[in-house]
Design a protein. Structure first.
Length: 523
């Protein structure tokens, strides 16, 4: 019987290409013959990579397949270490490999899609499995200055990290996509009050940051991922308390979903314009948007009656916010190249858009109904920047700046809204939007509303209005009280009536939106 090492190279290659990456790592240590065959064998490494991960997009540079596999095996080994302390020194390496793997992500054609809007990806699934371990999330996703404040309040040790590492951790958290709202089982472990203190601190809004989620420094715009992380947490908390994760769980509650360029599932459009065909960002379509804001008295009191306004962070803020769910319909109006003095990179064009904004929840707030116009472009750092202006009766009123988390046609855009005139007294707050459809002209309930909207509308009326009702905390020296399940169960005969009420409300919303299909001349 022939030995493995005596087989022809072609046959040996066909056998070894089905190895798991971690098994290939140990194979060269078996004998000199296998070491010689595996070492530097780029074709073998490429085939093993393609069998286990996404095929990188065509526009990726030529990869060193051997290095890619080696780094992925090392990443896996690091994440499988038992203790947080054994992982913490690897933050920069983990950041480098995770961001590179997401850059190489592409739709997995063999996978079953679990989302209506986001493609499945083997790279994203691999990372999701690694970060299911809570110790990995603590070691790599909770090392920004925001989490440092949380942990120090609880008198927990926190490693000394420089600003670059804090930015890396914050970006990893943003790419993870599911906001981390608790770091323990005590109320002091909630991240929301610390995130609010950053998002609503008017000192964060300066001319150099363009009042958006950017660094407050001279020169080219660079994303401040700690700001983006704080916005993600604030929005995530409000989405959670309003039960909106039941509608948008694939965007807000699924780790690494939509965290790579081109992850949005595009639908075939028969009436695509020539401008849409030239648009690299996929602007035209229907988008969902969420906007949160403080009562202005709370905002003013927090920012301008505080006796200690030095460079240190303001105290935590937890006074409650209003939340608006909005639908936007926008279309491309012009595409141009960035000039030599532009803030944008010339690698991609600048896309201009116009459209309308309408409320989708029960607020019926006039401030949510407006015309829109804005631009999308690539910063010189390589991030996708969205700027929008809300227009009321022909007059610009609110403006927003945001960054698309993972590049063109990816999961969501996160940023800040503020007064169009950059009023130093505010107001301002967090905002995000994410795409629902490539069609701007979709009509009817099913085309406009997300899946399970009727059920959500009914259940939200039946549940406790306490925003922290679903949060699980273990208070020190507190005896657990036995819950009466009968009181928490909805009454069966209430559901049909509530669903009917919700359906009537949805029909009213849909008619309201369809009555305003085009932006006004003032836009």
């Amino acid at each position: 019987m022939a030995h493995l090492t005596t087989l022809p190279n072609e046959i040996l290659h066909n056998i070894l290409q089905w190895l798991a990456p971690k098994d290939l790592e140990s194979l060269p240590r078996v004998c000199k013959a296998l070491h010689s065959f595996v070492k530097g064998n780029q074709k073998l490494c490429e085939d093993i990579y393609i069998h286990h991960f996404d095929s990188p997009p065509d526009d990726d540079d030529r990869l060193d397949w051997e290095t890619e596999l080696h780094d992925l095996v090392k990443l896996e080994n690091i994440c499988h270490r038992e203790n947080v302390e054994d992982k913490e020194g690897e933050l920069s390496f983990v950041y480098k490999v995770v961001t590179r793997l997401l850059k190489h992500a592409s739709p997995a054609s063999h996978a079953v899609e679990t989302s209506d809007t986001q493609y499945a990806s083997r790279n994203a699934d691999f990372l999701n499995a690694l970060f299911e371990d809570e110790s990995s999330r603590k070691a790599f996703l909770q090392k920004s200055s925001l989490f440092e404040r949380v942990y120090r309040t609880q008198h927990h040790p926190f490693p000394a990290l420089d600003k670059r590492q804090q930015q890396e951790s914050a970006k990893l958290h943003c790419l993870y996509g599911k906001p981390i709202l608790e770091t323990g089982r005590l109320r002091s472990a909630r991240t929301y009050p610390y995130a609010c203190s950053k998002v609503y601190d008017i000192r964060q809004y300066t001319n150099r940051t363009r009042w958006g989620p950017f660094m407050d420094e001279a020169g080219d715009l660079k994303v401040d991922w700690e700001k983006v992380e704080a916005i993600l947490i604030v929005l995530g908390s409000n989405i959670y308390t309003k039960k909106l994760t039941r509608l948008f769980n694939d965007v807000w509650d699924s780790p690494f979903s939509g965290s790579w360029k081109g992850s949005f599932i595009s639908s075939p459009i028969t009436d695509q314009s020539s401008l849409d065909a030239m648009d690299p960002y996929g602007v035209t379509g229907t988008w969902y948007r969420i906007v949160c804001f403080l009562d202005y008295n709370d905002f003013f009191s927090y920012n301008f009656t505080n006796p200690e306004r030095d460079e240190s962070p303001l105290h935590t803020l937890d006074v409650g916010e209003a939340t608006r769910l909005i639908i936007m319909r926008i279309h491309v109006t012009k595409i141009e190249q960035a000039g030599p003095d532009s803030e944008y990179s010339s690698d991609l064009p600048i896309v201009h858009y116009e459209g309308i904004s309408r409320p989708l929840d029960d607020s019926w707030d006039d401030n949510a109904s407006s015309d829109l116009r804005g631009t999308v472009g690539l910063t010189k750092e390589g991030e996708v920047r969205w700027t929008s202006v809300s227009i009321f009766q022909g007059h610009e009123r609110w403006k927003s700046e945001g960054v698309q988390l993972s590049g063109p046609k990816s999961g969501k855009v996160i940023g800040n809204w503020f007064d169009r005139d950059y009023d130093p007294h505010g107001p301002c707050g967090p905002s995000a939007f994410w795409k629902a459809s490539d069609s701007e002209t979709a009509h009817g309930t099913h085309a406009v509303l997300p899946r399970n909207f009727l059920l959500w509308s009914a259940l939200i009326q039946m549940e406790d209005s306490d925003p922290e009702g679903d949060m699980e905390y273990t208070m020190e020296n507190e005896e657990e009280e036995e819950e009466d399940d009968s009181e928490s169960e909805p009454v069966a005969n209430e559901l049909p009536e509530l669903l009917l009420d919700a359906e009537l409300e949805i029909i009213e919303i849909t008619h309201h939106i369809e009555d305003h299909p085009e932006p006004s001349s003032g836009a």
